[in-house]
Design a protein around this ligand. Structure first.
Ligand code: TTP
Ligand code: MG
Length: 350
């Protein structure tokens, strides 16, 4: 039986949350992150994207491209809170939800009688009504195409890719759109004159197998609209972390500890609000010459208080020998206990 898969992805998520919390920002170029000249942009509103600002761009460059941009600090706890509200809406619809990130998920609604387009409209309406955010929805019969579809008319998009549209709808697309083709492979393919899926479709299977190794087969199928990956329901987040680039490089452990204390409080708040516990604490540092180091400790009991998390993080920091100055410090908790969410009736709540 043909499956019915939905991919949902909130639009300019962190920036949109800032706008709902301060409506005077509506329609303005809002840039989250990159506040200090050394930080990087997390995301920005579509107004700011017109100036060429995008995720992961260094703050100073964003400032150059969009001098009148409104730069805001990152408020992770708030985005987690809003994300939870949105995911609650998905779970009320079905428990076959595979979260991919804070603002993105696959839903398998094959078992539902409703027309997928009606379901998609309902999701959009409910997300708007309950949070004020727009979400883009893609509908298809497999994961690859559903994700492609959600990106089709962003922001506030909705798009169906049906079997009849394949392969014609794929032909003109850039090879970068193919899940599994990373930046490096794309560059290599371009250097031999392969730019679009149409170009890729002309290559024999053996060539793709040679080029991509064991994934060659999957990519060969994918561009022909075949993707049998299942939607894997998982309600657990694998880790929760915070990190920051320091205003100035430092090797002063007492100074670094202040960040660990702040992160511990922050992470603990998230754990407590979600009713989850952790067993593994990791401290990450990046030195002034961009070398990353992580050190973890796994304990016997599950914990969630900031005092306990901080105490372990602080011990880990003591064990790290600092040879260079530190540019970035982070704290992550993993090995999380289960977080049960109740499934309500979505359609009853209309
Ligand atoms: P995305 O869904 O990739 O981006 P977005 O929601 O901001 O914009 P779009 O409309 O294109 O979906 O990522 C979700 C959030 O994750 C984003 O709002 C901020 C965060 N993020 C980072 O912090 N750093 C990054 O490099 C990226 C890509 C995202
Ligand atoms: Mg998004």
């Amino acid at each position: 039986m043909e499956r019915k898969i939905i991919h949902v992805d909130l639009d300019a998520f962190f920036a949109s949350v800032e706008v709902i919390d301060d409506p005077s920002l509506k329609g303005k170029p809002v840039i989250v992150g990159g506040v200090s000249s050394r930080g990087v942009v997390c995301t920005c509103s579509y107004e700011a994207r017109k100036y060429g600002v995008h995720s992961a761009m260094p703050g100073f460059m964003a400032k150059k491209r969009c001098p009148h941009g409104i730069f805001l600090p990152v408020r992770h706890w708030r985005y987690s809170e809003v994300s939870r509200e949105v995911f609650k809406i998905f779970y009320e619809l079905t428990d076959r939800v595979e979260p991919l990130s804070i603002d993105e998920a696959f839903l398998d609604i094959t078992h539902m009688d409703e027309d997928p387009l009606d379901v998609a409209h309902l999701i959009k309406e409910r997300v708007m009504k309950e949070t004020g955010l727009t979400i883009s929805v893609g509908i298809s019969y497999n994961k690859f195409l559903a994700k492609l579809a959600s990106d089709w008319n962003k922001p506030d998009g909705i798009k169906v890719i049906s079997k009849e549209m394949i392969p014609d709808i794929l032909r003109p697309l850039s090879i970068k759109k193919v899940y599994g083709i990373g930046r490096k492979s794309a560059e290599k393919l371009k250097s031999i004159g392969i730019f679009t899926i149409d170009d890729l479709l002309r290559l024999p299977k053996e060539y793709l197998e040679e080029f991509f190794g064991k994934y060659g087969n999957e990519i060969y199928d994918r561009i022909r609209g075949i993707d049998n990956r299942m939607v894997k329901p998982s309600r657990e987040r694998k880790s929760i972390g915070r990190e920051t680039t320091l205003a100035e490089d430092s090797s002063d452990k007492e100074h670094l500890r202040k960040y660990l204390l702040r992160f511990s409080k922050n992470v603990s708040e998230t754990l407590v609000s979600k009713g989850i516990l952790t067993k593994t604490i990791t401290v990450k540092i990046k030195t002034s010459n961009f070398q990353s180091h992580t050190k973890s400790r796994t304990i016997y009991d599950y914990i969630n208080s900031y005092e306990q998390i901080y105490s372990i993080a602080s011990d880990i920091l003591d064990e790290i020998e600092l040879e260079d100055e530190i540019r970035l410090i982070g704290l992550t908790v993993a090995n999380l206990s289960q977080n049960e969410a109740k499934q309500l009736s979505f359609f009853d709540n209309k």
